[in-house]
Design a protein around this ligand. Structure first.
Ligand SMILES: Cc1cc2nc3c(=O)[nH]c(=O)nc-3n(C[C@H](O)[C@H](O)[C@H](O)COP(=O)(O)OP(=O)(O)OC[C@H]3O[C@@H](n4cnc5c(N)ncnc54)[C@H](O)[C@@H]3O)c2cc1C
Length: 219
């Protein structure tokens, strides 16, 4: 989108309205897009390219929605999205990012402790600052996987959707052996929090029916 065509109006409560205007667009059909996250901006761009007159309404005082980089420490910290999955192939952002000349950094299992997904590289610490034994993290991780597998059976039994949190409770009632005690219980809570962080929603707001339905090419 040509930024010259994007006009912003800041309302008193911090909300943003932007009008994407081109020459001779006055008589064209007009569309209002609500939300200036990546979806709204992509929709606005497509509509603009298809010769619509577009107004984007955003309730926050910034663009980007869940894509937001904080620079208050003097270095960039992504508060939301940071990974581009499938850069080499079908991710539609890849050509856009290449076109903008933005830098990309490959992340892999062997060059970072904090940012990677493999359990072996996680270091958890208890409330006294002592490292949780890695073996416990791995074992509780395996238990969490089993709990999630069992929630799949709960899903098959329910026609109505329920939350992941409700499903986990049902599984733990049925399989008390999967319950954890003491420090292991806290590690299990950490796995649940990690899932919540991934979806940016509490477990009682995550849909049991659809939480694992997204597909991503991680190459
Ligand atoms: C912590 C975190 C990490 C993530 N990591 C990744 C990652 O590494 N890679 C990846 O691909 N994805 C990641 N995601 C997911 C990705 O950020 C989202 O899928 C994507 O940004 C969603 O974009 P969206 O435009 O659909 O929604 P949003 O970004 O949520 O945008 C919606 C916009 O609409 C506005 N809005 C809502 N209601 C109204 C209203 N009534 N009136 C006006 N404005 C309104 C909101 O303020 C917001 O700006 C992550 C998400 C989070 C939270």
């Amino acid at each position: 989108m040509d930024p010259n065509h994007l006009f912003f109006t800041h309302f008193r409560d911090g909300a943003i309205a932007s009008r994407i205007e081109g020459q001779h667009r006055g008589a064209l059909p007009s569309v209002i897009v609500i939300g200036a996250g990546i979806s709204g901006l992509a929709a606005a761009r497509s509509l603009y390219d298809a010769s619509f007159k577009v107004t984007v309404l955003e309730s926050r005082d910034r663009l980007g929605g869940r894509i937001h980089t904080d620079f208050s420490f003097g270095c960039p910290v992504d508060m939301g999205a940071s990974w581009l999955h499938g850069v080499c192939n079908e991710n539609p952002l890849a050509p856009l990012i290449r076109g903008l000349g933005l830098s990309l950094y490959r992340t892999s299992g062997d060059n970072s402790v904090l940012y990677d997904h493999d359990l072996e590289s996680y270091m958890l610490f208890n409330i006294d600052g002592k490292q949780v034994p890695q073996q416990m993290v791995i074992e509780v991780g395996d238990t969490f996987k089993k709990i999630l597998e069992e929630t799949g059976k709960v899903r098959d039994e329910h026609t109505e959707d329920i939350s992941v949190s409700q499903a986990i409770s049902i599984v733990l009632d049925r399989h008390p052996d999967l319950r954890q005690q003491g420090l292991a219980h806290e590690v299990l809570q950490w796995f649940i929090c990690r899932m919540e962080a991934w979806f940016a929603a509490d477990a009682d707001m995550i849909s049991l029916k659809t939480w694992d339905q997204a597909s991503a090419n991680l190459s």
